[in-house]
Design a binder for this molecule. Structure first.
Ligand SMILES: Nc1ncnc2c1ncn2[C@@H]1O[C@H](COP(=O)(O)OP(=O)(O)OP(=O)(O)O)[C@@H](O)[C@H]1O
Ligand SMILES: [Mg+2]
Length: 585
């Protein structure tokens, strides 16, 4: 077969394969061009999720007819005047977006430089069709129709109009957050979706993120080694099943960079379950020579010269903010609103659980017995009889009983507290193990007869490799043949535990973490897995003394407002709320 030079049309179509994957990617390129042209306002109109039509109009510099012809040629750009890709601050620089889009659609480009006449040129799948004068305000208007109509392979992979629309909306949101100083308008199938005026960054972000972040968000602003991190992240208890509300920016460029996503994840490690995700908008600012944006044709990935510094800033900065937010939890904030409580009249079936001889389960009896020998301060009516200043004030109050052998009910000076005992205890065990790993080794409990756990060879290898770390956490193991591990001791905090289940979970954990995390971070992860195995299960009856001990420990333990999976560990119903429930206020 002989080698031939490809015709430019075909070259463009091949490039389009990389740059224009779906309507949303074409839309992204067009908006970026408008922003690069210095637009103060960008307005977007879509039909059928961009499958039928994408239209982007800006009030930027506009182009002369000669520039319009050049703009449609491959590798023609106005954005690299001195060949310095390292120093580029515009969104574009490759000079291939317009010709690529034009090669796989019917494209109409209209533009007008201030003080001159407007011009229009039409391209049908890479072939110039017609050009001539056009009436439009200064700026540029691009219309893309019949995208991929002649590229059946690509058309086949497109999703429904609804899914393509969602991707387009995501693109608009990201760019609107990147440039809060620019007005954005978005219309889909004739319906106005967004209409954003220029605003300060926090306000723009707030307009585009879940409104609940007003109450459940944490502002971030920190600087380290010349790198700045700003933005907002959600409290761990305000989380989502998908990582779809994470907006990350490097020098005002929206990115979906693995390092940044991973750092965000790491900051929430052990505050969230693996399948839950925080909401975040984070802006990283680094000197332009510290980051390479020419990594990927769509420019959504970047390379940092010092990735560890960026990662350290994100993990450290977020962690500090989350630590300071300490005990705040969504549930508590929510319950400031009585609407979140059940106000319907109680069903007759429910009171029966509480009264009469039917409720003689062992659990209920045990609690009643404990209450009768109540040795605690008799500060029952805290309001009428305020705690003397010398006595400690307990924010979580004094335990009054246990419900369903799962929840502790306590009376605080300012209201009623309900604690999920399993969630709370799991958190406490983890924080205890963490504190211990910072100092010395965790206390071990030797097994009288070592346990042999059978596992896949690769899993055994992982566990064996981590043996030294596991020992610091109180788990003493030895390799015992290719597919088994001998467990000699477990962390004392665990008590009686399912050793095989624990080892299997740890192997899964280690395989997922891979080599991505530092040793300290890995230890923390592993500690969380161990803690989960060691906590007081729901359904265990606790004595009043045990309950109070738990309450006191929650009060002094960091991060105790949520369990290791991001659920709240306790909620408080204030006196005001109780009164509202009964219509007294
Ligand atoms: N909306 C616009 N307003 C003014 N000039 C524009 C506009 N869109 C494109 N141009 C001009 O056309 C040129 C080519 O645009 P194109 O998007 O193909 O490449 P680019 O933006 O330079 O680089 P990239 O391929 O990385 O996007 C730009 O460099 C710019 O000079
Ligand atoms: Mg461009």
């Amino acid at each position: 077969m002989s080698i031939r030079r490809l015709p430019s049309e075909l070259i463009n179509r091949i490039a389009a394969g990389e740059v224009v994957e779906r309507p949303a990617s074409a839309l992204k390129e067009l908006i970026e061009n408008g922003l690069d042209a210095g637009a103060g306002a960008v307005s977007i109109r879509l039909s059928a999720g961009g499958l039928d039509r994408i239209e982007v109009a800006d009030d930027g510099s506009g182009m002369t007819p000669a520039d319009m012809r050049l703009a449609l040629e491959r590798h023609a750009t106005s954005k690299l005047p001195d060949d310095a890709i390292e120093a580029v601050t515009s969104f574009g620089f490759r000079g291939e977006a317009l010709p690529s889009i034009a090669s796989v659609s019917r494209l109409t480009l209209e533009s007008r430089v201030r003080g001159a006449e407007g011009w229009r040129t039409k391209i049908d799948h890479g072939v110039a069709e017609e050009e001539g004068p056009a009436a439009l305000p200064p700026g540029t208007r691009v219309r893309v129709e019949a995208l991929f109509d002649k590229v059946p392979a690509r058309r086949k992979f497109l999703r429904s109009a609804r899914a393509e629309y969602a991707a387009c909306l995501d693109v608009v949101k990201r760019l609107a957050m990147a440039r809060p100083d620019v007005a954005f308008a978005l219309e889909h199938d004739g319906r106005t979706i967004l209409s954003l005026h220029p605003a300060e960054p926090p306000k723009r972000v707030a307009e585009l993120l879940s409104h609940e972040l007003d109450r459940h968000g944490l502002g971030i602003d920190c600087v380290r080694n010349g790198i700045r991190l700003t933005g907002v992240v959600s409290l761990p208890t305000f989380n989502r099943g998908m990582a779809d509300q994470q907006y990350l920016f490097v020098n005002s460029r929206p990115v979906k960079d693995r390092l940044l996503v991973g750092s965000l994840r790491a900051a929430y490690r052990d505050l969230l379950a693996r399948d839950r995700h925080p909401v975040a908008a984070l802006f990283v600012e680094v000197p332009t020579d510290e980051v390479d944006i020419n990594v990927h044709p769509a420019k959504t990935e970047v390379r940092f010269r010092d990735p560890a510094a960026v990662r350290g800033l994100i993990v450290g900065g977020l962690r500090t903010a989350l630590d300071e937010a300490g005990h705040r939890s969504v549930a508590r904030d929510q319950f400031a609103q009585p609407a979140a409580w059940q106000v319907e009249p109680v069903e007759p079936a429910e009171p029966r659980l509480w009264s009469g001889p039917a409720s003689d389960s062992a659990g209920a009896r045990a609690v009643v017995a404990d209450l009768s020998m109540d040795f605690l301060p008799q500060g029952r009516a805290s309001i009428a009889d305020p705690v003397a200043p010398s006595e400690p004030a307990y924010p979580l109050g004094i335990a009054r009983g246990q419900v369903a052998a799962t929840y502790i009910v306590a009376e605080a000076a300012d209201g009623l507290v309900i604690v999920d005992q399993h969630a709370a205890h799991e958190r406490l065990v983890l924080e205890r193990m963490r504190a211990a790993t910072r100092g010395h080794e965790v206390a071990r409990q030797a097994l009288l007869v070592p346990d042999v756990v059978e596992m896949e060879e690769t899993d055994c290898d992982r566990i064996e490799d981590a043996a030294a770390d596991l020992l610091r956490l109180g788990l003493e193991i030895d390799r015992f043949g290719p597919t088994s591990i001998l467990v000699r001791a477990v962390p004392a905090a665990l008590g009686k535990t399912d050793v095989s289940g624990l080892l299997n979970d740890l192997a899964a954990e280690l395989s997922e973490l891979g080599t991505a995390l530092s040793l300290g971070e890995k230890l923390d992860h592993v500690a969380a897995t161990i803690a989960c195995h060691g906590s007081v299960r729901a359904g265990r009856v606790l004595s009043v003394a045990e309950m109070n001990a738990l309450l006191r420990e929650i009060e002094v333990t960091p991060h105790s407002g949520q369990c290791n999976h991001g659920r709240p560990t306790w909620v408080k119903l204030g006196h005001g709320e109780i009164e509202k429930l009964f219509g007294r206020r």
